[in-house]
Design a protein around this ligand. Structure first.
Ligand code: GDP
Ligand code: ADP
Ligand code: 5GP
Length: 212
């Protein structure tokens, strides 16, 4: 991208737990300069290997509630019995700096963001290839107890019911194909006129003969 955009694109990725959104989001961010993931606040406990400030900001319920009451969340929701929320100041600072910002949030959060920032977010829903594959991935991830896995599988249909609120659907069957789909979406969205108007501001001005 040339010309320097004055504002970034706000991305939302949602999926049932285990569909692969965290792995895909990580690979997408690694392959995309100018795209950063928002680190959510959560009341759930860290999984083995999860790092404070990298995977989540792990906070006690009281601290989470206080942040919500102070209006510090762009959106927040209860998912699988835990609180999850997105820091509004962080997201806004990224967007104003021209950096794309990726939110890995559930459908309730996605809905709140669309209401708070109409027309600003581009949302993508990740579909697992099948229920069997979803169950297998949750088990293979090996980080949740059987009880937690059962709860997440039961919640999968509830999340899936909201697929039609999203702009794009990507099936995560073969990981590299799904990643390529995501990269195509990111590329195309940056070519939309609304974005290019900022990115190509100087070029447009020159072409239209209003300066140099
Ligand atoms: P995973 O779905 O297996 O990766 O499990 P997580 O515990 O990481 O996430 C649980 C749920 O919370 C998912 O539906 C996420 O999309 C959602 N979630 C994570 N962070 C946020 C957030 O900041 N806001 C909202 N609303 N949901 C979040
Ligand atoms: P989510 O964030 O949606 O809960 P994860 O990214 O944690 O999902 O992925 C769940 C598990 O499935 C992980 O162990 C991950 O390595 C695996 N996985 C992700 N995508 C694929 C894929 N296309 N094929 C096979 N396994 C996958
Ligand atoms: P996990 O606990 O497995 O990391 O995440 C469970 C679910 O919480 C996922 O579906 C994830 O997208 C969602 N989630 C994570 N962070 C947020 C957030 O900040 N807001 C919302 N609404 N959902 C989130």
């Amino acid at each position: 991208m040339t010309g320097g955009a004055e504002r970034g694109i706000l991305w939302i990725i949602s999926a049932p737990s285990g569909a692969g959104k965290t792995s895909l989001a990580r690979a997408l961010v690694a392959a995309t300069p100018q795209l950063r993931t928002s680190v959510s606040y959560t009341t759930r406990s860290p999984r083995p290997g999860e790092v404070e400030g990298t995977d989540y900001h792990f906070v006690p319920t009281e601290a989470f509630t206080a942040m919500a009451e102070r209006g510090e969340f762009l959106e927040f929701a209860k998912v699988h019995g835990n609180g999850y929320g997105t820091s509004e100041p962080w997201v806004k600072s990224q967007l104003f700096a021209g950096t794309d910002c990726l939110l890995e949030i559930d459908w309730q959060g996605a809905r709140q963001v669309r209401e708070r920032l109409p027309g600003q977010a581009v949302s993508i829903f990740i579909l697992p290839p099948s229920v069997a594959a979803l169950a297998e991935r949750l088990r293979d991830r090996g980080q949740d107890s059987e009880a937690v896995i059962a709860r997440r599988l039961a919640a999968a249909r509830e999340e899936l019911l909201h697929y039609d609120e999203f702009d794009y659907l990507v099936v995560n069957d073969h990981f590299q194909d799904a990643l390529a789909d995501l990269q195509s979406i990111v590329h195309a969205e940056h070519l939309r006129r609304g974005y290019q108007q900022y990115a190509q501001h100087q070029r447009l001005k020159n072409l239209l003969g209003m300066s140099g």
